[in-house]
Design a protein around this ligand. Structure first.
Ligand code: ZN
Length: 248
């Protein structure tokens, strides 16, 4: 039996993650219609992945995970760490690294400057301020691009909403509303704009037909590299802004 103190600690609220020394490791819970039993694996991008059959509750899944902490401890070097919105962490804003920098003495709220994201105010408000800023910036950047593409098609979306869906970066409803993940702000510009062009093109074609892809190609010059980037790096984007209460 290995020394229990060297095991990571499971923290359940507000979202489950593992605390090990000074690092936090995200846990992704996936539901599977095909899995007949609970499974645990390490994904180099998503982190600790817990696969649960539909009939198993999250609570029982986490109890199972807790029994496997020794196994997880042995793999800790392969697990990506979570990047909460915290002083000193680095966010790739439109793909460009920006270090979150608490500046309690400065005036203003949140702004970008020389590879830094300055945040004023009290330390305990910093995570929320960063989150609000990221969402507002994502909305502005996405909205601007959606307008450009929609104008090219002489079409108008019914509205644009931001979501934090784990499974998709964007979607288009049958009523003409576009939804996007705020996490697009953490992708390179060409990738963000591809996703926006893709969803705007759905206002014309509600399918992935050859006509749809032709239209996407007319709106955006870098479809193939953007899709490749998403396939390789998309999952990494979920490690940012993991909600972690750390008693600041
Ligand atoms: Zn699509």
């Amino acid at each position: 039996m290995p020394d229990h103190r060297t095991y990571p600690k499971l923290v359940v609220a507000p979202a489950p993650y593992l605390q090990f020394e000074n690092a936090r490791f995200p846990i992704e819970i996936r539901r599977s219609t095909r899995a007949s039993r609970m499974k645990l694996r390490i994904d180099p991008r998503a982190g600790v992945v817990l696969v649960l059959p539909l009939r198993v509750s999250v609570r029982n899944g986490l109890a199972f995970l807790e029994q496997e902490l020794g196994w997880i401890a042995g793999k800790i070097g392969r697990i990506p760490t979570a990047v909460p919105f915290r002083d000193g962490e680095t966010l790739p804003l439109l793909g460009v690294p920006h270090r979150i920098t608490h500046a309690p003495e400065r005036r203003g709220l949140v702004w970008q400057e020389d590879g830094k994201l300055f945040v004023t105010g009290r330390a305990e408000h910093l995570p929320r301020r960063v989150r609000d800023w990221v969402r507002a910036s994502a909305r502005a950047e996405i909205g601007r691009r959606a307008d450009v593409y929609a104008n090219m098609l002489d079409i108008k979306p019914k509205g644009i909403s931001l979501r934090d869906q784990k499974t998709r970066w964007g979607s288009c409803s049958s009523t003409g509303r576009l939804n996007f993940s705020w996490r697009l702000l953490l992708m390179p510009e060409e990738v963000m704009s591809y996703i926006v062009a893709h969803e705007v093109a759905h206002l014309r074609h509600m399918n992935h037909s050859p006509a749809f892809w032709k239209l996407v190609g007319e709106l955006h010059a870098g479809v193939a590299p953007a899709k490749k980037w998403l396939k390789t790096h998309g999952a990494e984007i979920h490690k940012y802004g993991v909600e972690i209460e750390d008693g600041l």
